[in-house]
Structures are given as structure tokens and as C-alpha cells.
Write a protein that binds this ligand. Structure first.
Ligand code: F3S
Length: 62
């Protein structure tokens, strides 16, 4: 499972990082940083929590 973040859609709401701080990190301006690699086993639902938290639908998990 991977996490894709569309930088063109991210508006810096930071809700992803609030919902799933272990997986989503923000840059100094509050925009989501790209996620490299696979979601660790057992954190799939946490990744989906972050996906659902984004009001811009900038996050795709799958
Ligand atoms: Fe950006 Fe959405 Fe997170 S707008 S900072 S990906 S909640």
C-alpha cells in the first residue's frame, strides 16, 4: 500500500498530519510532504484516516 499526495491539490489544511502523524509530515509552510515507500503493516487504516481527513482530496491511498 502506498500514499500519494497531489501537491497541486494540497492547500495546507494539515488535517492529514493531525489524523495520522506517524504517516503524514508537513513542510515548513504546512503542506504535506511526499510519502516515500510502503505503508507499514498494520498502519493501513491509519493511512486511510489521513486520506479521509483531507478536505481537498489530495491524498490517495491504495
Ligand atoms: Fe494538504 Fe490535505 Fe494534508 S490539504 S496538508 S494533504 S489535509
Amino acid at each position: 500500500m502506498k500514499i500519494s499526495i497531489d501537491p497541486g491539490s494540497c492547500s495546507g489544511h494539515a488535517r492529514c498530519a493531525a489524523a495520522a502523524p506517524a504517516l503524514f509530515r508537513l513542510d515548513d509552510d504546512g503542506y504535506a510532504l511526499p510519502y516515500d515507500g510502503e505503508v507499514p503493516d498494520g498502519q493501513e487504516e491509519t493511512a486511510r484516516d489521513g486520506e479521509r481527513a483531507c478536505p481537498e482530496r489530495a491524498i490517495t491511498v491504495g
